[in-house]
Design a protein around this ligand. Sequence first.
Ligand SMILES: [Zn+2]
Length: 282
Amino acid sequence: MALIDIGVNLAHDSFDRDRLDVIARARACGVEQMILTGADGESTRRAIALAEAHPARLFATAGVHPHHAAQLDDGLAAELERLAAHPLVVAVGECGLDYYRDFCPRDVQRRAFARQLELAARIGKPVFLHQRDAHADFAAIVREHRRALMGGVAHCFTGSRAELEEDLGLGLAIGITGWICDERRGAHLLALVRDIPAERLMIETDAPYLLPRDLERKPASRRNEPAYLAHIARFVARARGVDFETVAQTTTATARAFFRLPPAPPDAALVCESADTERYLT
Ligand SMILES: [Zn+2]
């Protein structure tokens, strides 16, 4: 079993105390490689430093989240261009639109989004996309740039069937998080996830956010971590009516091709023996 978590905010300060344990636990639970999300200048720099410290295991994205769109001035744009060209940066983002929280004026969000799509096209890397309550504008901007793009993934997809169909029609891949395990707000995704072609479907935890709601034993901290990716994979497998191995194999193959990842370096077989690790596999 080898899983790839395509969205981990490992630079987040909630991991400052035990980041190496978090990486070790994820690997013991089958997560072979992770893509660390850059959401502003600082988290992008930290994600790249972590990727450099864990060759062929950790990779980074370089981008500015719509919440931080106002920070994307000419200075940060120039720095982002340099950071995005780093060989361990496998995508530009996360970038997109968030009209749910509306932390930035919408026109500022749209400009920052378009600017990052142009950067991705210029350097020939795919985009890692965030969208919430903004699908019409999001799709319009992606449509404008799609021909120049090397591909995009709608990360943490939580939308409707119509939105899924529009995203697939735009050529996007889809990232599914533990949102699907939430019986209150994610139940609709159970039917939708069946209709995502395997070569477009990837999985992610979005840790430390979005702890799967249905875990039998939740950590007291309520912090999500990449070791729970196996739980999400198992949930997706049940929803698609296939076995866990199939989901592991296809989502890993899709992520590896999409982000052009090298194979993980070989190491000693990792088994989940300790009770501590078992907790993450429930
Ligand atoms: Zn996001």
